[in-house]
Design a protein around this ligand. Structure first.
Ligand SMILES: [Zn+2]
Ligand SMILES: [Zn+2]
Length: 163
């Protein structure tokens, strides 16, 4: 791997699993299929491809669940964050876009699995909107101590997920 190229980084919520890759993601997407809904506990899965040769695990490794005879899904076994989707026959690993340190920088270009799309998906953007500060008491916000890994690499990290 050419380390001179800038690396994109990300990882799970607790920080036990971290990755880095070079180059642009292949076909960043959202997938509405029922398997992705279950795997992410969500209405869709945001995923972007990286060539296996361009991807390194810089801390820990994902645990694997085989969701079908042709697909493996990776996740952090300490905190449960979904991290990867991979077809056995491809040399590409899809990474969960929300796990990127800077997810705003990758814009999805296609939607898959639309047969299972929530019928009210388009309506979501119009929901009444409240930022966290408007829906959480200030004294609670002040008292919260986050155990989430920061959105950048750390030299050492004491994952607090078992507390
Ligand atoms: Zn984790
Ligand atoms: Zn899917």
């Amino acid at each position: 791997m050419n380390e001179a190229q800038p690396m994109t980084t990300g990882g799970c919520q607790c920080g036990a699993v971290r990755y880095a890759f070079k180059g642009k993601m292949i076909d960043p997407s959202i997938c509405h299929c029922r398997m992705c809904q279950k795997a992410f506990g969500s209405y869709f899965a945001p995923l972007g491809g990286v060539k296996d040769a361009d991807l390194i695990w810089t801390r820990g490794k994902p645990s694997i669940f085989k969701s079908s005879s042709v697909v493996e899904r990776g996740f952090c076994k300490a905190c449960g964050t979904p991290l990867t989707f991979k077809y056995h026959h491809e040399d590409i690993t899809d990474l969960a876009l929300g796990s990127l340190d800077h997810p705003k920088e990758v814009i999805p270009v296609i939607a898959f699995g639309t047969e299972a799309e929530m019928p009210w998906f388009d309506w979501l953007a119009g929901l009444p909107a409240k930022p966290t500060a408007a829906s959480t008491p200030a004294n609670l916000l002040d008292a919260i101590k986050s155990y989430q890994h920061p959105d950048h690499d750390t030299k050492t990290w004491d994952a607090k997920s078992s507390e």
